[in-house]
Design a protein around this ligand. Structure first.
Ligand SMILES: NC(=O)c1ccc[n+]([C@@H]2O[C@H](COP(=O)([O-])OP(=O)(O)OC[C@H]3O[C@@H](n4cnc5c(N)ncnc54)[C@H](O)[C@@H]3O)[C@@H](O)[C@H]2O)c1
Length: 377
């Protein structure tokens, strides 16, 4: 790679591409050079909106000589195929989550990238944001004592409330587990380390649902996966978590992540955002005798780092490649998350605790002074 900004291409100009384009086009260390999509008009419209010089089909991106990293924001079922094409063309990959929809092809991708000396990075990069990274530092320095367990909740009525093409979110590779689980499981792995085993129950409220917005409003589509999943997790280095993932709940209660240690309960911002309020509730040190009110000490943990949005992981990967150090959101991390989620699905089927066979040696962290808007390359 030459000096100066790293050339970036994008494949997939759908719903989430705005969030990527908004940020990737603002980082001085990156230059977005081309956008491709199966639907070329979609790519062209996004290129016009964000002043990206080239747009068209995916070959345009794959073959562009000045692009070093390609961001794959296609649908989950296409992730591995598109990521492999990127590697085959000698470029590094940043893939939206999940890395793939099955273990075999996802591992194959990682092996192909290793053999070619190319990197794979996998979303979510929300967990690289100031929210999760500040909480991670607080836990590591002992702010809540020894971490014991976590509770997370993601429950609402489902993504057809906003998404004009929600079918893929109820197909294999989607569902509340595969679609939203990556945010919660990735945050938990940052706090507790790799997952050892899982147990889960799941259900489907209905066999089909309807599109609620956009040109296909009213169209029916099948529900192929459990639309509600309750999970227990055990971590290799100790610690437990219980999590709810549901697209069936009229009560919206999402973004809940609470980590309890021997000296406090830490509440972090929604792991599908980059930051927010981080607070620790301290234990009561004396008995509370009724009718005395329960008054608990709650302390704020000041959030460290610059708030940005999607694209942060691509930037960390670009800088890491140039500086010859590991990036944080690695393909192996993304694979361990997928392996955990598939083990949860298998536990739903078997009604048994299921070991998670993959692991990761080292979960990286983003430095508190990481400045996305500095020109460093
Ligand atoms: N929509 C969100 O809020 C959101 C948030 C975070 C992450 N994501 C993730 O981003 C990814 C994309 O989601 P989306 O909501 O933008 O989906 P989308 O359906 O709106 O867009 C996907 C785009 O990819 C294109 N595409 C599909 N297969 C392709 C292929 N083989 N080659 C080239 N282009 C192809 C489609 O034509 C479409 O334009 C998914 O992995 C999703 O999990 C979405």
């Amino acid at each position: 790679m030459a000096n100066g900004p790293v050339g970036v291409g994008i494949i997939g100009a759908g719903n989430i591409s705005d969030q990527y384009l908004k940020h990737l086009t603002k980082f001085p260390d990156l230059r977005v050079l081309a956008i491709g999509d199966l639907l070329e008009d979609r790519a062209k419209a996004q290129a016009d909106a964000y002043d990206v010089p080239h747009a068209g089909g995916i070959d345009l991106v794959l073959e562009h000589p000045d692009i070093d990293i390609v961001v794959n924001i296609t649908i989950p079922a296409a992730h591995v195929e598109v990521s492999e094409a990127i590697i085959d063309n000698g470029k590094h990959v940043w893939s939206e989550k999940p890395i793939g929809v099955d273990r075999e092809s996802s591992l194959g991708l990682l092996e192909k990238a290793d053999a070619a000396g190319l990197r794979v990075g996998v979303a979510p990069d929300t967990v690289l944001g100031p929210g999760v990274q500040t909480a991670k530092r607080a836990i590591a320095r002992g702010d809540i004592g020894r971490p014991l367990f976590a509770q997370t909740s993601f429950q609402w009525q489902g993504p057809e409330l906003f998404h004009p093409n929600p079918g893929f979110l109820y197909a294999r590779g989607g569902g509340p587990l595969l679609d939203m689980g990556p945010y919660y499981v990735s945050a938990l792995i940052h706090f507790f380390g790799p997952v050892a085993s899982v147990a889960a129950l799941g259900l489907k409220a209905t066999e089909s649902r309807r599109v609620l917005t956009g040109p296909q409003t009213g169209d029916e589509f099948p529900v192929e996966i459990p639309s509600t999943v309750s999970v227990l997790m055990e971590f290799e280095e100790g610690g437990q978590a219980q999590s709810l993932y549901s697209f069936d709940s009229p009560l919206f209660r999402h973004g809940v992540v609470e980590i309890t240690g021997t000296e406090g309960t830490l509440v972090i911002p929604d792991p599908n955002t980059f930051g927010g309020s981080i607070r620790i509730t301290r234990p009561l040190l004396e008995a509370v005798v009724p009718p005395a009110p329960i008054v608990q000490e709650v302390v704020d943990v000041p959030q460290e780092g610059v708030m940005v949005g999607r694209g942060l992981g691509v930037l960390d990967m670009a800088r890491s490649i140039r500086e010859n150090r590991p990036h944080v959101a690695t393909g192996r991390f993304g694979y361990h998350v997928l392996d955990t989620l598939l083990s949860i699905e298998e536990s739903v089927e078997s009604h048994a605790f299921t070991p998670v066979t993959s692991t990761i040696d080292d979960v990286g962290a983003l430095a508190a002074d990481f400045d996305p808007f500095a020109a460093t390359l």
